[in-house]
Design a protein. Structure first.
Length: 376
């Protein structure tokens, strides 16, 4: 009981401390930061929390207020953003009479806190080589962690991913599949999680098939297939909605061209971003981190479960010819911080340097985000 209370207190402390760093970054961005605002007409709002409603936040709010819209005209439309997060904002809006901005920020922070609790428990129970405290700190102070408190679906997606893997390892497949169903309705990357977990589950089911001499062999093969199909059905429902509403099942893919993405397979276009521009470096570094760890995970029995997810998180977006948004794609790949904690706990000096660097850059990137610089 004492250990449980200690863990709860620790996670709460880390959460509050990291969000205070974000608040400090907002304060610096609004008052003192030396970079000029990227878009001055959107910079000075009446309330400080509106500084967290940047970029994609406008699309989520538009979905809440006006619903989905799409036209094949080459312009940006909100159909590119999946429905669970804005749906939750709208539902809570019926109960709590507040603006979508306030509800969205509150919702993101609530899911992030729950995700940190789950990350700590998951690391402690299933990764004995890791340092659960350090993994929690690394996630809380992730350099791009302003998105966890913004009107973005990063916090929700992180929570659903952790829930899926935790329930999967607990053997609670019905609950795990429900969580996977929601991940597919939250982000396209939810399909990558389904693929990774489905491969693991199907492999284990296939092994049982060969070991089982009873008459249930057919069920052992069909069960994994059923779980995978049901897990992916959330994503398929979103495609069906697009077909019925706009006549294009792939409307969200078509709309990506307006967000500077090329058709899938355009790896050669990445060469134009392989330079020393700070924005490109900001995206290339997390790309290398996720890709590198995913390859390492292939040769680790304890982490192999996450390898396919990490590879798809990197290779699918890169196939559209840009490193854009790899900052956000990397921050929800929680195996990165778990594995990082297992390495850094053996090197106290590097651990302290990493933690201080991440906390400092969290403030800087938050200030840039407030000043309407695009971080992903």
């Amino acid at each position: 009981m004492k250990k449980t209370l200690r863990d709860i207190f620790f996670v709460l402390t880390v959460f509050v401390a990291s969000r205070l760093f974000v608040a400090f970054g907002i304060f610096l961005g609004r008052k003192f930061f030396f970079f000029a605002p990227a878009f001055r007409d959107k910079f000075l709002e009446s309330a400080w929390w509106e500084s967290l409603a940047r970029w994609d936040a406008e699309f989520f709010i538009d979905i809440v207020v006006n619903g989905y819209h799409y036209l094949p005209d080459g312009n940006k439309h909100n159909i590119d953003f999946f429905p669970v997060y804005p749906f939750l904002i709208k539902i809570i809006g019926y109960i709590w009479n507040a603006s979508p901005v306030i509800i969205g920020i509150a919702l993101s922070n609530a899911f992030f806190l729950m995700a940190l609790f789950l990350l700590h428990r998951y690391s402690k129970k299933y990764h004995h080589d890791s340092d659960p405290d350090l993994a929690t700190v690394l996630m809380a102070f992730f350099p791009f962690g302003v998105f966890f408190s913004s009107i973005y679906n990063e916090s929700l997606f992180l929570f659903l991913c952790l829930s899926s893997f935790y329930l999967f390892r607990e053997g609670k497949m019905t609950a795990a599949v429900c969580a996977l169903f929601l991940t597919g309705l939250t982000r396209l990357a939810g399909l990558f999680v389904v693929a990774a977990m489905g491969l693991s589950y199907f492999s284990s089911g296939f092994l049982r098939f060969h070991k089982d001499a009873s008459g249930t062999r057919g069920q052992e093969v069909l069960k994994p297939i059923f779980w995978v199909l049901f897990s992916a059905s959330g994503f398929l429902l979103f495609l069906a909605y697009q077909q019925l509403s706009f006549g294009h099942w792939d409307a969200f893919i078509r709309g990506q061209e307006a967000f500077h993405r090329h058709p899938i397979g355009s790896f050669s276009a990445l060469l134009s971003e392989m330079n020393l521009d700070p924005f490109n470096i900001m995206n290339i570094i997390p790309t290398g981190a996720v890709l590198g760890t995913s390859i390492i995970f292939l040769f680790s029995k304890e982490y192999r479960l996450y390898s396919l997810w990490g590879l798809l998180v990197v290779l699918v977006p890169l196939s559209t010819g840009t490193f854009i948004s790899m900052t956000r794609f990397s921050m929800v790949y929680f195996p990165l911080v778990i594995y990082g904690s297992s390495l850094l706990k053996k090197m106290p000096l590097l651990r302290d340097i990493t933690t201080m660097t991440w906390a400092s850059t969290l403030i800087v990137f938050t200030a840039l985000f407030v000043r309407v610089y695009f971080l992903g």
